[in-house]
Design a protein around this ligand. Structure first.
Ligand SMILES: Cc1cc2nc3c(=O)[nH]c(=O)nc-3n(C[C@H](O)[C@H](O)[C@H](O)COP(=O)(O)O)c2cc1C
Ligand SMILES: Nc1ncnc2c1ncn2[C@@H]1O[C@H](COP(=O)(O)OP(=O)(O)OP(=O)(O)O)[C@@H](O)[C@H]1O
Ligand SMILES: [Mg+2]
Length: 498
């Protein structure tokens, strides 16, 4: 069988392992269910193309094992597994024609369903004794959350087993397989498309864009050249806006101008598993909460759970690392109700960073929340930040690193021209030798008078002057507030400082 031969003869040991595991799953499924009871869900995408060829190989291998006397070569040309394709009006014409051409090339018995998935499957199962369906779902796909290689269909869906032979394959594995086996795939992948949905929500991946000299024409490199497979869905327009600094612009995942709250302000919670403080004001965001939580999974989960639904963005830091107290990532997973799973890309980073110094199991540290995690890279950051929906985990382990990570985050958002950049906060600081008691009452009144201005008082040192800080978005309001305060005292009682 040409697929089996191509993989066995290649020198990619990782692909060989992934291949063997997938073939094992397919063979077990074919041992459990008869050929009439299984179906392949094929849609012309890269993952289902991989699945088709794995099934072709797996079927031949299964037959060969089942009866060694049978002429195996006979099986090579026949592929008796029923194939189902849900055709929609919004499918790319290239995907549609590739699907039909593939069906003709491999002699597939293809049922074309023009209903939604659920109704289509109900009709299919009524008319056929199908008990298991092979899918090209991979960890990282939004629909993979909670799935195993064998997963019963969800409650409310017709009953069948979902068989996911490539669940643990990465983007890189998919392309290694397609290229090693030299099989045809849909032409859109050579035009920079990396994951394909409908014509309304899919564009070429901006990370593969190459411009000509005068910037007039855009071209895209092929999908297999995308270096970081985690970003394969960056071409899905609805979910990822302006992916210039691809990874970081997705920090703004799903946020639109209409989403701004009534104060025309975006809010973020900061959960510190530790005690440093971050500032969001330089990009115009208001900090709605700064919480410090205990180092245990439930405390972190509880805090994240509470904040993630009431804030546009939640930043969490501290508690990331190999110690028993490093519970942040597991806490975030718990808050989203997903389990932790090994992450190959992250493991690769840790291997580069800690290399031989690590005495424990690197796999332990490379566990991330399954199916919801995206890594946010920046050239100055040795370890990427971790993003789970609207929660960003800063991986810093000390103040200097935290500073750098925060700087990279803000810097990139700024240079990105991203729409979530709001008018920055402006501030003014007054110094006075007056005592706290003297200024306390006028300051309280001022806070009521100017609710849109943050007014705070502090001393740099015990005997130093009292500093009154005004912060807000409108400089004239800040001026008005500071004048209003000064009018309560002798001229010259306050002096402006940095
Ligand atoms: C063969 C097949 C079986 C599916 N089984 C389920 C299921 O059991 N539970 C479920 O929630 N979704 C199921 N789905 C739907 C997918 O999880 C997912 O919603 C769909 O592939 C997303 O596609 P979209 O991004 O085009 O909406 C199934 C889809 C297919 C094609
Ligand atoms: N319209 C469809 N008809 C049949 N099967 C489908 C359809 N859409 C999705 N599937 C099944 O779900 C799997 C996952 O879909 P997904 O879009 O993630 O992968 P893909 O289309 O194969 O590749 P890509 O990620 O490049 O779009 C497919 O491999 C296929 O098994
Ligand atoms: Mg697809």
């Amino acid at each position: 069988m040409e697929i089996d031969k191509a993989v066995r003869e290649c020198d990619d040991s990782r692909l060989k392992t992934k291949y063997s595991n997938a073939i094992y799953v397919i063979k077990r499924a074919l041992a459990l269910y008869s050929i009439q009871e299984v179906a392949l869900s094929f849609n012309g995408g890269k993952d289902s193309t991989v699945l088709l060829h794995l099934l072709r190989a797996g079927y031949v291998l299964h037959k060969a094992e089942e009866s060694s006397s049978q002429d195996v070569a006979d099986g090579e040309n026949s592929f008796p597994i029923r194939t189902i394709y849900f055709e929609t009006p919004t499918v790319f014409p290239e995907i549609n024609s590739f699907t039909y051409e593939t069906a003709a090339t491999y002699n597939l018995q293809m049922d074309i369903l023009r209903l939604d998935f659920k109704s289509g499957l109900e009709a299919l199962l009524k008319a056929n004794p199908i008990r298991a369906i092979f899918l090209g779902v991979r960890i990282g796909d939004p629909t993979a959350v909670g799935q195993e290689q064998f997963s019963p269909s969800s409650p409310g869906w017709p009953p069948f087993m979902r068989v996911n032979p490539i669940l643990d394959w990465s983007y890189r594995d998919v392309w290694a397989f397609l290229l090693v086996c030299k099989v045809r795939y849909c032409s859109l992948y050579d035009q920079g498309y990396t994951s394909i949905g409908s014509i309304h929500d899919t564009v070429p991946n901006a990370l593969l864009c190459i411009r000509n000299e005068n910037n007039s024409e855009q071209k895209f490199r092929p999908a297999y050249l995308l270096a970081d497979g985690r970003l394969e869905r960056s071409g899905r327009v609805k979910k990822f806006s302006a992916p210039v600094w691809g990874k970081l612009s997705s920090v703004c995942n799903g946020l639109k101008i209409e989403d701004l709250n009534s104060n025309n302000m975006l809010t973020a919670s900061i959960i510190a598993v530790g005690d440093e403080i971050l500032k969001l004001h330089s990009i115009g965001w208001a900090t709605s909460l700064l919480a410090v939580t205990r180092n245990d999974i439930d405390s972190v989960a509880e805090e994240v759970e509470r904040r993630k639904s009431t804030n546009d963005m939640v930043f969490i830091y501290g508690g990331v690392g190999p110690l028993h107290t490093d519970v942040t990532i597991a806490g975030v997973a718990k808050a989203f109700g997903v389990r932790m799973a090994p992450d190959e890309e992250f493991e690769e980073h840790l291997r580069h960073l800690i290399g031989e110094k690590c005495t424990g199991d690197k796999n332990e540290m490379a566990q991330l929340p399954e199916g919801i995690t995206e890594l946010l890279y920046h050239e100055q950051l040795p370890v990427p930040l971790i993003k789970c929906h609207n929660v960003i985990i800063l991986t810093a382990t000390n103040v200097a690193e935290l500073d750098l990570q925060w700087h990279c985050l803000i810097d990139s958002l700024k240079s990105n021209g991203d729409f979530v950049l709001m008018a920055p906060f402006v501030s003014k600081c007054l110094a006075t030798t007056l005592s706290d008691v003297e200024v306390a009452q006028p300051l309280s009144k001022l806070c009521l008078q100017f609710p849109d201005i943050y007014i705070g008082g502090y001393r740099g040192s015990r005997k130093g002057p009292l500093m009154i800080r005004f912060e807000g978005k409108d400089l004239s309001r800040i001026e008005a507030a500071s004048q209003s305060l000064s009018q309560n005292f002798q001229p010259g009682a306050f002096s402006e400082t940095e």
